[in-house]
Design a protein around this ligand. Sequence first.
Ligand SMILES: *Cc1c(COP(=O)(O)O)cnc(C)c1O
Length: 419
Amino acid sequence: MIEDDDHTLAQHGGRPVRSTVFPTNRDATGHRFGHEEREAVLRVLDSGMLNSTVGPETRALEGEFAAMLGVRHAIASSSGTAALHLAVAAVDPEPGGEIITTPLSDGGTLLPILAQNAVPVFADVDPRTGNLDPLSVAALITSRTVAILAVHLFGVPADLATLREVADQHGLYLIEDCAQAYLTETAEGAMAGTVGDLACFSLQQSKHITAGDGGLTVTGDPAFARRAALFADKAWPRDTDERTHLFLGLNYRMTELQAAVARAQLPKLSSIVADRRRTAAELYTAVSDLDGLKPPPFVEGSSYFLLPFYMDPDALASGPDYALALNAEGIPAIPGYLQHPLNDTPVLTARRTYGNSGFPFGSPYAAERRYGLGICPVAERMVTADLLVLAWNENYTDRDVADIARAIRKVHRHFSAAG
Ligand SMILES: *Cc1c(COP(=O)(O)O)cnc(C)c1O
């Protein structure tokens, strides 16, 4: 059979829908850096104060970020992972204490738990959102549980209202990982980052706003705030005259160069999120008639770090297969989002933690917990089959969105015909 060139998938030698590149967060095309950031860097350099213990920028960023979110305290650090480490260290679990979290996230969600000698416990996710399923969380709570660490995956709001209820019922702390969720709003209208006891943000290259790397931990609790700030600064109290280390802390300080750039980025955040929302709504509308491809519920509240579709389990092709076909058409999509959910990382399955000890696993401090595939079937199915994840960016134009919609329709038609 001879096929019309326009219908043949680029994967199969057809003409790609799109032959020019999209804006990408890997370079300037996918960011909004301007004279503000340039002046910020020079201001710090010219001041000669590059370290936050002597300069004003990091303390100013903390104040501005806290005010923007409407929380009492923000503590800056060197990365999103560091921001999460500050949160876990502020909660200060005993060795072997358990923190319930999601298998669908960046390693930055998991690794700080282990760094504090606590035990990660993976709850399964809601197949409509990829976020923690509160029922699955509740079923895993034991006397060892200390906290719930929820992620707003792709910027889609987690079910914070229910998670807050579960946490309060059991006397647990709720920590939010908002690395993908600047200005995300929950179904109840709360701002992500304001419901948890602590919440963490990232300023890494790929996030909505960036300083290359960087992190922010927010909290309404002054004791958590002080402990987190001390943890990031070798627990050296600069606000008293004690010249000593009050407890085990590290140096996770943000530099003044990072803080100055982040301060220039901050006022741009609301338009960045608004633009992502506008073009995402355009795309969802443009392909809303296609069977089997669903946007998440409460989609208005998402901040669109990435743009997910949640596919019907009986869809004609898997999300990863769709993504590969879209890549060939010139569309940035991420097969499966993750190759391995966090429950299947060798850090856990091979206990690669501290020397050959495997600590805290197998020690008297920790209860036995099983890792590897099989413990979170919904999440595991999402990465192998049910998730179609597109890269998204504030600098996408209407023409970019139209090309993406055209490519999705082409790929969809092909898989429908094949089915
Ligand atoms: C990016 C990210 C992190 C880690 O942030 P870094 O700044 O890269 O350390 C943690 N959690 C989630 C959900 C992320 O997307």
